[in-house]
Design a protein around this ligand. Structure first.
Ligand code: PLP
Length: 257
C-alpha cells in the first residue's frame, strides 16, 4: 500500500520535528535525508536527525552518494566521520562518483536489506553489475579505504579553490564540503561562461540551471580533485575573471565587474 509522504524543509530539523509530532504515534516512519547536498554542498545535521528519529520511533535512510569515498577515516562517508554509522538504518551509496565506476548499493541490517530485495523493482528488473565493474569497484573501495591522505588533499584543494575565488571577488557559495559552487544568477550567462571556459580555456565545468537549482541561483559547480595543482587553479581563476568581466556578472558584494 502507498505510504504518506511529508517533505520537511531543507535541513530544517524544527520543521521535521513538527511533522513527526503531527504523524500518528503508531505509524511506521522513515526519515530520508542526504549527508552532503550536491548543489549547495551543505551538510546535514546528522546527529540531530538521528536524535529526532530515536525520539519519535522513526527509521533513517541516508543518501551518502556525495560523501562515500570522500569523508570518514576509511571513506565510509559523513556517517563514518561523525561516528554515526551504526545509528542509521539504511545508507545508500553510489559506485559512480568517488569510486569512479558505476552502480550503487544500500547497506543496513540483513533483515532490512532482504526485505528491500523482495520489493525493489530497480533491483529485480535491472541487469546486475557485470564482473568487470564489480572488480573495478572493489579495487577502488579497497584503495580509498587505505588512502586517507587523498581525502585530506581533496579537502585542501577544495578549500584552496574557494579561497582563490573569494580573493578574486568571485561569489563562492560557502559550505563545509568539497563542492565549490559559484553563483552566476542567470541561466544564459551560466551556459555561456561554461561554454567559453571549455572552448577558450580548456576547463570543463557544468552549468547548473533550473530545475536542478531554484531560478535566480544558477551557478557553476566546481569539484576539484586531489590532483588539481595551484597552477591549474590560478589559470582557472584568471579565466573566470575575464569571463565575469565579459558577461558583466555580479561579484561579491553585489557590484558588477
Ligand atoms: C548521483 C546521485 C545518486 C545516484 O547516482 P547513480 O548514478 O545512480 O549511482 C543518488 N542520489 C544523489 C543525490 C545523487 O547525486
Amino acid at each position: 500500500g502507498a505510504c504518506q509522504r511529508h517533505i520537511f524543509r531543507h535541513n530544517d530539523l524544527a520543521h521535521l520535528e513538527e511533522l513527526l509530532i503531527a504523524a500518528p504515534a503508531d505509524a511506521p516512519k522513515l526519515i530520508a535525508f542526504e549527508s552532503v547536498y550536491s548543489m549547495d554542498g551543505d551538510i546535514a545535521d546528522m546527529a540531530g536527525t538521528v536524535a529526532l528519529a530515536k525520539k519519535y520511533g522513526a527509521m533513517t535512510y541516508l543518501d551518502e552518494v556525495h560523501a562515500v569515498g570522500m569523508y570518514g577515516p576509511r571513506g565510509g562517508g559523513v556517517a563514518e566521520r561523525d561516528g554515526l554509522m551504526d545509528q542509521i538504518d539504511i545508507i545508500e551509496g553510489t559506485l559512480g562518483k568517488a569510486f569512479g565506476v558505476m552502480g550503487g548499493y544500500i547497506t543496513g541490517d540483513a533483515v532490512v536489506v532482504d526485505a528491500i530485495r523482495l520489493v525493489a523493482s530497480g533491483f529485480i528488473f535491472t541487469t546486475s553489475l557485470p564482473p568487470a565493474l564489480t572488480a573495478g569497484a572493489l579495487a577502488s573501495v579497497r584503495w580509498l579505504k587505505q588512502h586517507p591522505e587523498v581525502r585530506e588533499a581533496h579537502q585542501e584543494r577544495a578549500a584552496t579553490l574557494k579561497a582563490m575565488f573569494k580573493a578574486a571577488g568571485l561569489p563562492v557559495m560557502d559550505n563545509d564540503s568539497h563542492i565549490v559552487p559559484v553563483l552566476v544568477g542567470d541561466p544564459h550567462h551560466t551556459k555561456l561562461i561554461s561554454d567559453m571556459l571549455l572552448a577558450d580555456h580548456g576547463v570543463y565545468v557544468q552549468p547548473i540551471n533550473y530545475p536542478t537549482v531554484p531560478r535566480g541561483t544558477e551557478r557553476l559547480r566546481f569539484t576539484p580533485t586531489p590532483f588539481h595543482t595551484d597552477d591549474m587553479m590560478r589559470k582557472l581563476v584568471g579565466a573566470m575573471e575575464t569571463l565575469w568581466a565579459h558577461c558583466n556578472v555580479a561579484r561579491m558584494g553585489g557590484h558588477a565587474a
